[in-house]
Ligand binder design. Structure first.
Ligand code: HEC
Ligand code: HEC
Ligand code: HEC
Ligand code: HEC
Ligand code: HEC
Ligand code: HEC
Length: 314
């Protein structure tokens, strides 16, 4: 009886919070539902809740994670612009893949309404793993397994950002694969920049570690004055984006292949921090290709061999 009451109040509390947080939560916000979850006691726990906090809750990694975007993944899924389906939980809620296989009492189905975990510890770790730090995938594969433009959710299409495709230099139209120069030098890929920690391991960091927030300070490990160079790159890319946008806005046929390709490349650059931050050379090439389609887009193409060459994809 006491358990049922406690569960009822917890559910009410979470509902209230869900209503209060109709707007998107950002890393660093306080009062997000995961803090409620962290305070869950054994008496009122939800069967879908991963229990890592019972042993790891006071550790640095846990505290950093509560300030990460990952801690808000479930709330933002529910309140995003796109309807949330159960299959979205695959990337937005830890242990979905595991729990969905189990049978639950009918009054307690496991779905987008009843899920409680965000992208939490069990999204990346398991005590059953033989890997270092009990990671479920190697660091090179871990982040890109969720961070993809197309979520693979039938019908949802591209609703996500493009950092992985940009970093690996693929999926764009009309140009060959062009991985970022960093792929070669960063064995742990995304983890290299996003989890780098300059502070001592005992400090709860504001960047890196389990906040997953990359700090531009890391560029200085290998580059002189990247701040100035990055400003120039950004101006150059933004100018090209402006030019592509102007052509797209005047395109005669938005159902043509040329339009689809030019727009895809534009969206990819835009979907990566707004200017293709994760692979500047690729961003430049994507936009140049889009610009090369200008005659087709504006309907001024001369039907000769040269324009056919432009169509050709490698
Ligand atoms: C009953 C307590 C307990 C629970 C619950 C628990 N752990 Fe652990 N965990 C430990 C202990 C003790 C260690 C250190 C010894 C070891 O490596 O096994 C550890 C180690 C780890 C490490 C490796 C830390 C390192 O230094 O590399 C990770 C990662 C981890 N746990 C993740 C998890 C995740 C994810 C969950 C929830 C799914 C979880 N743990 C649940 C007790 C627990
Ligand atoms: C289980 C799927 C999953 C994995 C694995 C994963 N992420 Fe995420 N990540 C998400 C989701 C979902 C969000 C969106 C959170 C939100 O609602 O803001 C996110 C958000 C982020 C953000 C914040 C983005 C923003 O717009 O604020 C960063 C940075 C990030 N992830 C980096 C990483 C890195 C680095 C790794 C690898 C160590 C990683 N992620 C692995 C699912 C994942
Ligand atoms: C998005 C993926 C992701 C999530 C979520 C995540 N971790 Fe990790 N964790 C990693 C990666 C990757 C490493 C290895 C970092 C490296 O190699 O530099 C790691 C390393 C660790 C370590 C080893 C020491 C350290 O701090 O680097 C511990 C302990 C740990 N994680 C605990 C946790 C706990 C507890 C949670 C839940 C609050 C959690 N992790 C959530 C990806 C994740
Ligand atoms: C393959 C993994 C994956 C699947 C499946 C997935 N997402 Fe995501 N989602 C992510 C990642 C990673 C992010 C982090 C930022 C980004 O890429 O936009 C994210 C971010 C989001 C955001 C933005 C949160 C914010 O910061 O505003 C929304 C909204 C969202 N997803 C909705 C959905 C919906 C709806 C579905 C199901 C139709 C879905 N996602 C399925 C990985 C996934
Ligand atoms: C060379 C270092 C570096 C590498 C490698 C890297 N990133 Fe980033 N990433 C950054 C920096 C710097 C930012 C901007 C941080 C900020 O704005 O606070 C960023 C931003 C992001 C964001 C947030 C974008 C936003 O709009 O807020 C996401 C998500 C992200 N990266 C994912 C990834 C993924 C996934 C990978 C691996 C495929 C990756 N990053 C590899 C440095 C890197
Ligand atoms: C581990 C070392 C390392 C780190 C850290 C690093 N880079 Fe690099 N970066 C390289 C290497 C190596 C190249 C390829 C060098 C070349 O081709 O001249 C490169 C190339 C680049 C290029 C392409 C240069 C060009 O000529 O177009 C850009 C842009 C860039 N890095 C930006 C950044 C930014 C921004 C950061 C921080 C978020 C960063 N890098 C962090 C090693 C690093």
């Amino acid at each position: 009886m006491r358990q049922a009451l406690l569960f009822f109040f917890l559910a009410l509390f979470m509902l209230a919070i869900a209503h209060l947080s109709m707007t998107k939560l950002q890393a660093g916000d306080t009062g997000h539902p995961n803090q409620v979850v962290a305070e869950t006691t054994e008496e009122n726990e939800n069967p879908f809740q991963e229990k890592c906090y019972t042993c790891h809750g006071n550790e640095v990694a846990y505290k950093e994670w509560t300030h990460s975007g990952h801690a808000h993944a479930l709330v933002n899924l529910r309140h995003g612009d796109h309807p949330a389906w159960d299959s979205c939980l695959r990337c937005h809620s830890s242990r979905y893949d595991f729990l969905v296989e189990q049978s639950w009492p009918e009054d307690k189905p496991f779905n987008v309404e009843t899920a409680v975990n965000a992208v939490a510890c069990a999204s990346c770790h398991s005590h059953n793993s033989d890997r270092e730090d009990y990671l479920i995938k190697s660091p090179r594969k871990l982040c890109v397994s969720c961070h993809k433009m197309d979520c693979g959710c039938a019908g949802a299409g591209i609703i996500h950002q493009s950092q992985s495709e940009m970093f690996l230099g693929r999926e764009g139209a009309g140009i060959q694969r062009m991985p970022s120069p960093h792929v070669r030098v960063m064995k742990k890929r995304c983890v290299h920049c996003h989890m780098a920690k300059k502070d001592s391991p005992e400090t709860v960091a504001r960047h890196g570690g389990h906040t997953f927030i990359a700090d531009f300070a890391i560029c200085a490990d290998c580059h002189d004055d990247m701040t100035t160079k990055l400003t120039q790159y950004r101006e150059e890319i933004e100018a090209k984006m402006h030019a592509v946008k102007a052509v797209l806005d005047r395109a005669v046929d938005v159902d043509s292949d040329a339009y689809r390709d030019a727009k895809l490349n534009y969206d990819m650059v835009k979907g990566d921090s707004g200017y293709g931050l994760h692979n500047i050379p690729y961003a430049r090439a994507l936009l140049d290709y889009s610009l090369s389609l200008k005659p087709q887009l504006l309907g001024t193409a001369v039907e000769d061999a040269t324009s056919d060459d432009l169509h050709e994809r490698k």
